[in-house]
Design a protein around this ligand. Structure first.
Ligand code: SAH
Length: 223
């Protein structure tokens, strides 16, 4: 009997965690990066819960996008300086020889610099590669990607890995990116789970609205 009630309790806890994860996830994708920063500052436990839920989702995928980015960086010089926006547990930094600046809202690892990715503590034109791996969550995409433009050197590389279903109009998105000073170099759409996009910084972000720069929120269904 006690075995059965323990199993029941575990199942209910699991359900509750799943529901909280989906709620947090929805908040992150429907608010600005600043709202996310405020949310996690007020409730660090929510962040850890979010990460457990994130891990459970991504484990179902045949390949983690961060591993593809690791492979990409290993093919390029280790002298390139990298900025990892929304680094999570710092898998990227731990897997390459490059200097990697790791930014996230709460430190899952001592390597993390805690900040909102819309405002990172780096001087202008100081990094060679900027990475957003499943991290373009806030609705203020233009501001966030504008920050990546600011810290990237001219000719530097921007890597974006995002859930495939978030792209509603890829052409419009790429046009918006061009407005922000990023030219597409390669699109890897081979995974049905995520797109891997590589851009080059061609210049400063042009001011004014970039209406194409929109991604659908990534909402998970109840399982
Ligand atoms: N890049 C990692 C983690 C992806 S999960 C990987 O691929 O494994 C998305 C990460 O972005 C989370 O760790 C989340 O906390 C972070 N994030 C979301 N909004 C952020 C913001 N405004 N500023 C900094 N990090 C943010």
């Amino acid at each position: 009997r006690s075995g059965r009630s323990a199993a029941l309790r575990a199942r209910m806890e699991e359900r509750l965690l799943g529901a909280r994860f989906r709620y947090l996830n929805q908040q992150l994708y429907t608010g600005s990066s600043r709202d996310a920063a405020r949310l996690f500052r007020a409730d660090p436990a929510a962040f850890h819960l979010y990460h457990r839920g994130f891990e459970r989702q991504v484990r179902r995928w045949p390949e983690r996008p961060v591993q593809r980015i690791v492979r990409y960086l290993r093919r390029r010089p280790a002298s390139l300086v990298v900025a990892d926006f929304g680094c999570g547990d710092c898998t990227l930094a731990a897997s390459v020889r490059n200097q990697v600046h790791c930014f996230d809202l709460v430190p899952l690892s001592p390597r993390v610099t805690v900040c909102d990715m819309a405002e990172v503590p780096l001087v202008a034109e100081s990094v060679d590669v900027a990475v957003f791996c499943l991290a373009l969550m806030g609705t203020n995409l233009q501001e966030i990607l504008g920050e990546a433009n600011r810290v990237l050197k001219l000719g530097g590389t921007l890597i974006v890995a995002e859930v495939a279903s978030r792209f509603e109009d890829t052409r419009a998105f790429l046009k918006g990116m061009a407005q922000l000073g990023f030219r597409i170099v390669s699109k890897d759409l081979s995974s049905s789970y995520f797109y891997l996009l590589e851009f080059t910084k061609t210049g400063a972000a042009r001011p004014g609205p970039a209406p194409g720069l929109r991604l659908r929120p990534c909402l998970y269904k109840r399982r």
